[in-house]
Unconditional design. Structure first.
Length: 854
RNA sequence: GGGCGGUUAGCUCAGCUGGUAGAGCACCUGCUUUACACGCAGGGGGUCGCAGGUUCGAGCCCUGCACCGCCCACCA
C-alpha cells in the first residue's frame, strides 16, 4: 500500500499522451491499471488492521460458470460498495471463490464423457471424481479472471472453493453437529426424483411449469356391487401402483361405499375405499385414486391410512418389475399401453385436455418423478425460527424490504429439507453403516462401528446438496472451524448482494447456519438486485439466444462504461437491457477524460488544488461538489445505485462541465495571471474531487486520470474519500445559480430566434461570462435589479402569444388564491409562492399589454 | 390457488413523507467555439393502464378491473 508511481509534476510524457488522445480508449489501459492495484496489494485485507472491517462474501459462481449479465451487475454493485468503503477508511474484504455446484458440474463432465462414448460408471466413482477435479484445475474458475476484467476488487489471494479440504472439513463438522442435535435424520419418504440426474432434489430445486396433459377418467368397479367409481388421472400408468380410492368424508354420494373394496383395473388389485379430507368433492367425480408410491399427496394420505406403498416406476424412469407386463417400458410408453388396455376393457370414460403445473428439475429440465426413497433430511423448524426472528427484528434487512415476504413465506413452512444427492461429485455424507444396521457419524473415518464395534463399515455413498455447503460460505471461507484471526475479524460480514431467485435457496440458509454455528447473522443488509432481461423483455438465456455477454460489452465500451450502465439499469425489479445505458457510461467516461485534459493541459498545474473563495462561481462549484458528494454517498448507503449514478452524471456533466468549466474559461484564457491561477486551482480541486467520487463506479478511468494529476499521490483506490467537512455549502448561492442559468437559457432561446436580447443582471450574477459569449445578447448590470431580467425586441405576434400564456397562468394562480380550502390548508410557503407567481404574471401581463398598445 | 412487483414522452427508466410531470436515447433547429461531434445551445413530444373514491389539491393515498413479470403452492 502507499505505492507512489507518479514522480511529481506532470511529466512531458503525460502531457504528450493527454494531448494525443482526445478520445478515451479503455481497452488499451484497463488491464494495466488492474495490475497496478493488484501489485500494490490493494485487494488484500489485513486482519491486524485497526480500521473497522467491511465484508462482503461474493455469491460463489459455479466453478464451471461463465460471467453473465447477472454476475456483472452484481459485481458492479459489490465493487462500488467495497471501493467506497475502502476509501472511507474501512478494512474491506470481498471474499472470493467458486462453488463446486454438484449436479451442474457433474453434468458437464458426464457430457464430456459421453462424447468419448463413456459413462461415469465406466470410470467408477474414484476415477470419475478425479476427472472432475482434473477439469476444475484445468478449466475451472475462469470466471474469477473475468471478474478481474470488470475491475472487481475481490480478495483474489484467498480464493476459496467449496471442495477445498478445509471447506470439506467445515461441511463435515456441520453435518455431524446437526446430526448429534437430532436435526438430521434418514427416512424413507417420497422425494422429487430427477431421472436424468439420477438423484433426489429438494423442493426448492423443482421448477413448476404449466403444461397441457390429458386428463383421463377411469372406472373402478366396486367389489360385490354394480356400482363403479370414476376417478381422474393424468398419469394412468400409476394405476398399477394404486392402493386405495378416496372420497371426502362428507360426500353423501359416496358415504355408503366407504369401507368397501374397489378393484383397480388391469391389475385387478382389491383396494379399500377410504374417506379423507384431502379430497375435493367438487373436483371431477369426487373420487380419487391413491398412489402413495408416486404422488406426494397420496403419500401423505397413505401414511395417514396405513396403506401399502407400491412402486412401479424405477429410479431410471422406466417401469420396474412390479409393473408386470409393462416392465421395462418408459413412463410414456407405459402410459400409452395402459390407456389402450383401459379402452379395451371399456373402463376409459373420457379424455380431456388438462392444463396444470408440472414440476421440472431446475438443472436438467426433466419432469420430476415423485418416488419413495431413503434419503437424509434436515429438520428445519429449530434452524428456521431464529432466522425468521433475525429478519423480523431487523438484524438482517432486505433491500427492497418487500423481498422479506419471499423469505417469510418460505421459511415459515418449516418443511424438511432433503439434503442427500445420489451423485459422486460433492461432499460425501460422513456416515458409515455396519452389517448389523448400526449407524456411525463422525468427522473422521471411524475404524469400527460406534455401537457394535464391527470393522466392516461402509460409507454412505451419497453426497450433500450443494446448497448445504454454500450455506456455510460466509464463515467456512474464513477458515472455520479452525479458530483464526481472519474469522475473528471478518465474521460477521455486512452486505450480501444477490438476485431474488436464490433468497430461499441460499440467503435463508446462510442466515440459519450463521446463527447456528457462529451465533450471529452473517450479514446485516441483503441487496436484492434487479434481473436484467433481454431487450425484448424475455429472459436472457443462452439457449434462447437472448443472452448478451458482458465481456463483449467490456471489450466494446470498456469496463467503466459497462459498470456504469449496469448500475443505471439496476433500479427496479426487472429491467430490460438497453445498450443506451452503457453508451451513456461510455460518453460520461469520455467526458471525464476530456474535462481532465482541459484542466491539466490548459490550466496552470503548478498551483495547489484548492477551491477559490473570491469568485462567486468558485464558491458555487465548491458548494456543488459538497452537495453532490453528500448526495451520492447517501444514495449508495441506501443501495440506490441507479440514483447514485444518475446524480454522478448530473454533477459531472451538467454542474461541472456545462456550467462551471465553461464559465471558468474566461478566467483560464484571460489576461489576468491571478485569476488564471485561481481558476486553475479550483479546477484542479474539482477534478480531484470528481475523480474520487466517481471512482467506486468507474474505477479505471478515474485511476488513470489520477495518474496524470500533479503532485505525489497514492493510487486513487488507496486514497481517502474526500471529506466535505470544511467545504462551504451555500444553498442560497445555488439557488441564485439556478436563477442565473434560467435567465441565460431564456436569453439564448430568444437570441436563437434572431431577436436582440438585453439582459439586466443584478450585482453578483454568477455566470456573466456565459452571457457575454452569446451573440445578439447585451448585458447590462444594474444595482437595482433583484433578479436577472431578460427582455427582447419582439414582433407583435410573439408578444401576443406570450400574453396569452401569461394570462392563463395568471388566471390559474388567481383561482388558486381565491380557493378557501387552499388558503386554509396548504402550507404557507406554497401560498406565498403562489402569490409571488401571481404578482409576477400580473406585472408581465401589464408590461406586454403596454408594449402591444404602443 | 396465494403473495409480491410493474403499467409515466417513440424507447429505457426516475419521480423522496400527496402541491401545476423529469432524465438519457431517438427526433427537429442552429453551431467546423481554441477539453470533448462519444460535443455545445435551443426546441417539439405525456388526459402518468382503466373506472370509481378520499382531498382545497393525486402519477403519488383507498377500492375495483385489465394486462405484464416474478416468487411460492400437494387439488387428482
Amino acid at each position: 500500500m502507499g505505492q507512489h508511481y507518479n514522480p511529481g509534476l506532470m511529466t512531458d510524457g503525460s502531457r504528450d499522451e493527454l494531448e494525443r488522445r482526445s478520445r478515451h480508449d479503455p481497452a488499451a489501459v484497463e488491464p494495466a491499471l488492474f495490475q497496478r492495484w493488484e501489485s500494490a496489494g490493494l485487494f488484500d485485507a489485513d486482519p491486524k488492521s485497526p480500521k473497522p472491517p467491511f465484508v462482503i462474501a461474493v455469491p460463489p459462481p459455479n466453478v464451471t460458470g461463465e460471467l453473465h449479465m447477472g454476475h456483472a451487475l452484481n459485481g458492479a454493485i459489490q465493487d462500488a460498495l467495497i471501493r467506497l468503503r475502502k476509501m472511507q477508511g474501512y478494512e474491506t474484504l470481498w471474499i472470493c471463490g467458486t462453488d463446486h455446484a454438484g449436479i451442474a458440474t457433474q453434468n458437464v463432465i458426464e457430457k464430456e464423457l459421453r462424447k468419448e462414448g463413456l459413462t461415469r460408471y465406466d470410470l467408477g466413482r474414484e476415477a470419475f471424481v478425479e476427472r472432475v477435479w482434473e477439469w476444475c484445475r484445468q478449466y475451472g474458475a475462469a470466471i474469477i479472471q473475468q471478474y478481474k476484467r470488470l475491475g472487481c476488487s475481490l480478495d483474489y489471494s484467498h480464493e476459496r472453493f467449496t471442495m477445498d479440504p478445509e471447506y470439506q472439513r467445515a461441511v463435515t463438522e456441520v453435518f455431524v453437529s446437526l446430526y448429534r442435535k437430532g436435526l438430521l435424520y434418514r427416512d424413507n419418504r417420497i422425494v422429487n426424483w430427477c431421472p436424468s440426474c439420477a438423484s433426489a432434489i429438494s423442493d426448492l430445486e423443482v421448477q413448476h411449469q404449466e403444461e397441457t396433459d390429458v386428463l383421463f377418467e377411469v372406472r373402478y368397479p366396486v367389489k360385490d356391487s354394480d356400482e363403479v367409481l370414476t376417478v381422474a388421472t393424468v398419469r394412468p400408468e400409476t394405476i398399477l401402483a394404486d392402493t386405495a380410492v378416496a372420497v371426502h368424508p362428507d360426500d353423501l354420494r359416496y358415504l355408503h361405499l366407504v369401507g368397501k373394496t374397489a378393484i383397480v383395473p388391469i391389475v385387478n388389485r382389491e383396494v379399500p375405499i377410504i374417506a379423507d379430507d384431502y379430497v375435493k368433492p367438487e373436483f371431477g367425480s369426487g373420487a380419487v385414486k391413491i398412489t402413495p408410491g408416486h404422488d406426494p399427496n397420496d403419500f401423505e394420505i397413505g401414511r395417514r391410512h396405513g396403506l401399502p406403498e407400491l412402486t412401479v416406476i424405477g429410479f431410471d424412469g422406466r417401469m420396474n418389475d412390479e409393473a408386470g407386463e409393462f416392465a421395462g417400458l418408459t413412463v410414456e410408453e407405459a402410459r400409452r399401453r395402459v390407456v389402450e388396455r383401459l379402452r379395451e376393457l371399456g373402463l376409459l370414460v373420457a379424455e380431456k385436455p388438462y392444463v396444470h403445473e408440472v414440476g421440472h428439475c431446475d438443472r436438467s429440465g426433466d419432469r420430476i418423478e415423485p418416488l419413495i426413497s431413503l434419503q437424509w433430511f434436515c429438520e428445519m423448524r429449530p434452524l428456521a425460527e431464529p432466522a425468521v426472528e433475525a429478519v423480523r427484528s431487523g438484524r438482517v434487512r432486505f433491500h427492497p424490504k418487500s423481498q422479506e415476504n419471499t423469505y417469510f413465506n418460505w421459511m415459515e413452512q418449516y418443511r424438511p429439507w432433503c439434503v442427500s444427492r445420489q451423485l459422486w461429485w460433492g461432499h460425501q455424507i460422513p456416515v458409515w453403516y455396519c452389517p448389523n444396521g448400526h449407524v456411525t457419524v463422525d468427522t473422521t473415518e471411524p475404524e469400527r462401528c460406534a455401537e457394535c464395534g464391527s470393522t466392516e463399515l461402509e460409507r454412505d455413498p451419497d453426497v450433500l446438496d450443494t446448497w448445504f455447503s454454500s450455506a456455510l460460505w460466509p464463515f467456512a471461507t474464513l477458515g472455520w472451524p479452525e479458530p483464526n484471526e481472519r474469522l475473528e475479524r471478518f465474521y460477521p460480514g455486512h452486505v450480501l448482494s444477490t438476485a431474488r431467485e436464490i433468497i430461499n435457496l441460499w440467503v435463508s440458509r446462510m442466515i440459519m447456519m450463521g446463527l447456528e454455528f457462529q451465533g450471529e447473522v452473517p450479514f446485516e443488509d441483503v441487496i436484492i438486485h434487479s434481473i436484467i432481461q433481454a431487450a425484448d423483455g424475455r429472459r436472457m438465456s443462452k439457449s434462447l439466444g437472448t443472452g448478451i455477454n458482458p465481456l463483449e460489452l467490456v471489450d466494446e465500451y470498456g469496463a467503466d462504461a459497462t459498470r456504469y450502465g449496469l448500475l443505471k439499469m439496476s433500479s427496479t425489479q426487472d429491467v430490460r437491457f438497453s445498450d443506451g445505458m452503457i453508451d451513456e457510461g461510455q460518453r460520461l467516461a469520455n467526458k471525464l477524460w476530456n474535462a481532465s485534459r482541459l484542466v491539466l493541459l490548459k490550466g496552470d498545474t503548478t498551483v495547489a488544488p484548492a477551491p477559490g473563495t473570491a469568485a462567486l462561481e468558485d464558491r458555487w462549484v465548491a458548494s456543488r461538489v459538497a452537495g453532490a458528494t453528500d448526495e451520492i454517498v447517501r444514495l449508495i448507503n441506501r443501495y440506490d445505485f441507479a440514483g447514485a449514478v444518475k446524480a454522478l452524471y448530473a454533477f459531472i456533466w451538467n454542474d461541472v462541465c456545462d456550467v462551471y468549466v465553461e464559465a471558468a474559461k474566461a478566467r483560464l484564457y484571460g489576461e489576468d495571471e491571478k485569476e488564471r491561477r485561481e481558476a486553475s486551482a479550483t479546477l484542479l480541486w474539482v477534478l480531484e474531487r470528481m475523480l474520487a467520487v466517481a471512482h467506486p463506479v468507474m474505477p479505471f478511468i478515474t485511476e488513470e486520470i489520477w495518474g496524470f494529476m500533479p503532485g505525489e499521490r497514492d493510487l486513487l483506490m488507496a486514497t481517502p474519500f474526500p471529506s466535505i467537512e470544511g467545504v462551504q455549502r451555500d444553498p442560497q448561492l445555488e439557488r441564485r445559480a439556478e436563477e442565473a442559468m434560467a435567465a441565460i437559457s431564456e436569453a439564448r432561446r430568444l437570441a436563437g430566434e434572431g431577436q436582440e436580447v438585453e439582459v439586466t443582471i443584478p450585482p453578483g450574477f454568477l455566470f456573466r461570462s456565459l452571457l457575454e459569449k452569446e451573440k445578439r445578447v447585451q448585458v447590462v448590470e444594474s444595482p437595482d435589479a433583484a433578479v436577472p431580467i431578460v427582455a427582447a425586441q419582439a414582433d407583435r405576434a410573439t408578444l401576443e402569444a406570450r400574453l396569452t400564456v401569461v394570462r392563463s397562468e395568471l388566471q390559474r394562480a388567481r383561482g388558486k388564491l381565491s380557493n378557501d380550502g387552499f388558503l386554509s390548508r396548504a402550507p404557507a410557503e406554497l401560498i406565498d409562492a403562489e402569490r409571488e407567481k401571481a404578482s409576477r404574471f400580473e406585472a408581465e401581463a401589464a408590461d406586454l399589454e403596454s408594449r402591444l398598445s404602443a
